[in-house]
Ligand binder design. Structure first.
Ligand code: ZN
Length: 349
C-alpha cells in the first residue's frame, strides 16, 4: 500500500538534499522547557487574558499539549529557541493529543484543534527563525504512544485483556494525523514506541489520512528500548522492530528516550546495521536522578551523541527528556564535522 503515492516533491527533495549533505538536527525536550516555566493550574487553563481559557471540572495542570491553546506564545517561543539553537526539524507539542491520552483530562473534543494549532505554532516559530538566518526548517507532527498498549494486558491476572484495540488506536491516530496535516506539518514522527502494535496502528492511520488528503508525508518512526535487555516493552529487539515497520518505507527509523546516549548506542548500532531508511537518534540527557530530573550537562550529552556520528550510525540527531536548547546547540556543534550515515533512500535518489 506504500506505493500509491510519493511525498510532495518539494518537502521530500529539500529534506533528502539536506540529509545527504550533513547530519540534520532535531530539537530537544518540550516538556523539560515547559517545566521551567513553572505554570500553575490557572496558567494551564489560560486564565488571565490568554487566548483560550479552558473551563473544565478536571485539573489541567500537567496537560502540556493544552498549552498550544492556552499559552501559544510560550510554546512558539520554545520551538523558536530550539530552532535558533540549531534544530532543522522541530516536533509539535502534540505527544498526547489523541482522544485516548486526552481522556485523562476530559479534553477529547479539543484534539483536532490541538494538532492543527500545534503544527501552525511550530511553523510560525520556524518561519521566524528562517527570517533570521535563511535556513530551511521542517515541522514534524509528533505522535506519541498513548498510555495504553494494544499487544499486552495491563492486568496480570487476565493476560488476554486489552485496554485498547488496534481499531481504537487507528481511529484516534487518524484524527490526530488529520489535524497535523491540516495545520501544515511537513512530516509525521511516530515516537517513543514501546508497543509496536500501537505504532502499526499509527502507520495505518497515516496512510488512510494521506490517501484522503492526496499527498503522502514522510514518516519518522522512533522506538524506545526500555531496559538493559535491549528490547522494547512489547519484547522486540531493534532488528525485529525494524522488520515490523519497514513496510511503511519510513524516512527515518530510530530510537529515542528511556536511556541516555551511552546505553542507547549498541541498540542504535544494531538498528543501523539492518535498516535501509535513514537513522534518527535522540536520547535523554542521561538517566533521571531520584527526583526524576536530568543532570547531564549539554557538553556531556553532545560528546556521547558525537560517538554516534563518528561511528557513522546516524542521519538525524536530537535530544529527548532533559535536553534544552543548550544541549541541542552543543549536539549540533559536535556532529557538524562528521558525515551522515550512507544508506537507505539516499542511495536511491
Ligand atoms: Zn524522553
Amino acid at each position: 500500500m506504500h506505493s500509491f503515492m510519493l511525498p510532495p516533491a518539494d518537502t521530500f527533495d529539500a529534506l533528502t538534499r539536506a540529509a545527504r549533505e550533513r547530519i540534520l538536527i532535531l530539537d530537544g525536550a518540550m516538556g523539560t522547557m515547559i517545566q521551567t516555566l513553572g505554570l500553575d493550574e490557572d496558567a494551564f487553563r489560560g486564565h488571565g487574558g490568554h487566548s483560550c481559557a479552558i473551563h473544565s471540572d478536571h485539573p489541567q495542570q500537567g496537560n502540556n499539549d493544552l498549552l498550544i491553546l492556552t499559552q501559544p506564545q510560550a510554546v512558539e517561543d520554545i520551538h523558536y529557541a530550539f530552532a535558533m539553537a540549531g534544530a532543522d526539524i522541530v516536533e509539535t507539542n502534540t505527544f498526547s493529543s489523541t482522544i485516548i491520552a486526552q481522556a485523562d483530562y476530559a479534553m477529547e473534543d479539543r484534539v483536532h484543534a490541538l494538532n492543527a494549532e500545534g503544527a501552525r505554532i511550530a511553523r510560525r516559530a520556524m518561519d521566524r527563525a528562517t527570517a533570521q538566518d535563511g535556513k530551511p526548517r521542517w515541522v514534524a507532527g509528533a505522535v506519541g504512544p498513548t498510555n495504553r498498549t494494544a499487544s499486552m494486558s495491563p492486568d496480570v491476572n487476565d493476560p488476554g485483556y486489552r485496554a485498547v484495540t488496534f481499531d481504537d488506536l487507528r481511529r484516534a491516530y487518524g484524527q490526530q494525523v488529520r489535524g497535523l496535516i491540516d495545520g501544515g506539518a511537513d512530516l509525521i514522527l511516530i515516537e517513543t514506541i514501546f508497543d509496536t502494535l500501537n505504532a502499526k496502528a499509527a502507520i495505518f492511520a497515516c496512510f488512510e489520512a494521506f490517501a484522503e488528503h492526496g499527498k503522502r508525508l514522510p514518516i519518522m518512526i522512533s522506538g524506545t528500548i526500555t531496559d538493559a535487555s535491549g528490547r522494547t516493552l512489547s519484547g522486540q529487539t531493534p532488528t525485529a522492530f525494524w522488520h515490523s515497520v519497514r513496510h511503511a518505507r519510513p524516512f527515518t527509523v530510530g530510537l529515542n528516550c528511556a536511556l541516555g546516549a551511552d546505553a542507547m548506542r549498541p541498540h542504535l548500532a544494531e538498528l543501523a546495521g539492518v535498516a535501509d531508511s535513514l537513522i534518527c537518534a535522540y536520547p535523554n540527557a542521561g538517566l533521571p536522578n531520584a527526583f526524576g530530573q536530568y543532570d547531564e550537562a549539554p557538553e556531556q550529552t553532545a560528546a556521547k551523541v558525537e560517538v554516534f556520528a563518528r561511528e557513522g550510525l546516524v542521519n538525524i540527531v536530537g535530544g529527548c527528556c532533559g535536553t534544552t536548547p543548550d544541549h541541542i546547540a552543543e549536539i549540533a556543534q559536535a556532529v557538524a564535522g562528521h558525515a551522515p550515515r550512507k544508506a537507505g533512500v539516499l542511495a536511491d535518489v
